[in-house]
Design a binder for this molecule. Structure first.
Ligand code: PLP
Length: 379
């Protein structure tokens, strides 16, 4: 029951067979770019009993057919997904604003969706250890899922990560390696480690994570009774989240469940806005930002792995790219909290974008990480 047919490179377009990619220590194209999984959508369409599927309660693994998993009886799940879509009229300006509260996942961020699939893949490939680079939330998430599955975990942490997140990672028993330098430097070290330690499985912003993260998009459509919102507004760090959401909507069209793609707007902070810069200047490359300095540490990715994919998601959907200041992100965080919705600064960046912009119709705002994870300026 695996419907994945190939992995296509974002940059050079080369198609790879699934078994070629599954046995690579670092799952990406020879040209260095990230890969996008393609599926046999006709078969998925036949297999998903349309009525049952449409009516079943939203949940991460409800959408299993859109994930490259070999044996459904061996998935690692901790109840990720099925997060609320909150409507609080005081937060909007006339549009219908819905907040997708991803803080409600087991470790407090949407990263759990990707981790659930990654750790399932790590076990599938017979590995007993995992390693990754993280700005905090992914580290906590992978550490939790690895611990749950009985795997060892090593997390490479750049110098920008806050104390609370490091504490959470340690609580799950993962090993922490402090990296001198930024997130890109941490990624390089994690990849080098896995390349020379074959018992380890590399997790992070690669194919498995982006495929698992698509369920945010499936759920949004599902929670709207399979109607597509007009806009979805997403914070952009490494770009996986925004790319995965756009893929989810593209795939729903391919299997005939929906008939359009929402406008997808990406929001970054001023001090780390390489995707916004490329969008504003109509570039087809991402110019890296070195050592980004921002309160939105979870999106301080100066050289985003899925940067080109994020750009494509925005362009193909007719969306836009916006930048907000650190202060606007913190003001947005405070406003959400005073209306009962507590997120960390990065989790408020999409809402900060919405406060600056006029969007009409049904607008879904991604609130990505729990407020308790980073209480910058509140204590
Ligand atoms: C990871 C993360 C993001 C950004 O997601 P990307 O997939 O890296 O673009 C945004 N907010 C929070 C809280 C995160 O943990």
């Amino acid at each position: 029951m695996v419907y994945v047919t190939s992995y296509r490179c974002f940059r050079c377009g080369r198609k790879h067979k699934p078994n070629e990619i599954e046995r690579l220590p670092i799952p990406r194209c020879e040209c260095g770019s990230a890969l996008d999984a393609e599926y046999d959508y006709k078969s998925i369409q036949r297999v998903i009993l349309r009525d049952d599927f449409m009516r079943a309660k939203p949940a991460h693994w409800k959408y299993w057919a859109f994930m490259p998993v070999k044996d459904l009886s061996r998935i690692i799940t901790m109840g990720e997904g099925n997060t609320p879509l909150l409507e609080n009229k005081r937060l909007g300006k006339g549009e219908r604003l819905l907040i997708k509260y991803e803080a409600a996942n087991p470790t407090g961020s949407f990263k759990d969706r990707g981790s659930s699939l990654e750790i399932t893949k790590a076990l599938e490939s017979g590995k007993c250890k995992v390693a990754l680079a993280s700005t905090g939330n992914m580290g906590a998430s992978v550490a939790a899922y690895a611990a749950y599955a009985g795997l060892e975990c090593r997390v490479y942490i750049p110098d920008i990560v806050g104390k609370e997140k490091i504490t959470q990672i340690k609580a799950y028993g993962a090993g922490i390696i402090d990296v001198e330098g930024d997130y890109s430097a941490a990624i390089k070290q994690a990849e080098e480690y896995v390349a020379s330690h074959t018992e380890s499985f590399l997790t992070g912003d690669y194919t498995w994570r982006s495929e698992g993260t698509k369920t945010v998009g499936f759920e949004i459509a599902d929670q709207l009774y399979w109607r597509v919102p007009d806009h979805i507004v997403v914070p952009v760090g490494n770009g996986t989240l925004i790319w995965s959401i756009s893929e989810a909507f593209r795939e729903l069209v391919l299997v005939g469940i929906t008939d359009k793609i929402p406008g997808i707007t990406g929001v970054q902070v001023e001090n780390c806005a390489p995707v916004v810069h490329a969008w504003e200047n109509d570039l087809n490359e991402i110019i890296p930002v070195r050592n980004p300095d921002t309160v939105a540490t979870a999106i301080a990715c100066g050289d985003p792995t899925y940067g080109l994919a994020a750009l494509k998601a925005i362009r193909d959907s007719g969306g836009e790219a916006l930048r907000v200041s650190d202060k606007e992100a913190l003001d947005a965080r405070d406003k959400l909290a005073r209306n009962g919705i507590f997120v960390e600064p990065s989790g408020a960046v999409a809402y900060a974008g919405i406060m600056k912009k006029e969007l009409s119709g049904t607008v879904v705002c991604l609130a990505t990480g729990h407020g308790l994870k980073d209480m910058y300026g509140l204590m």
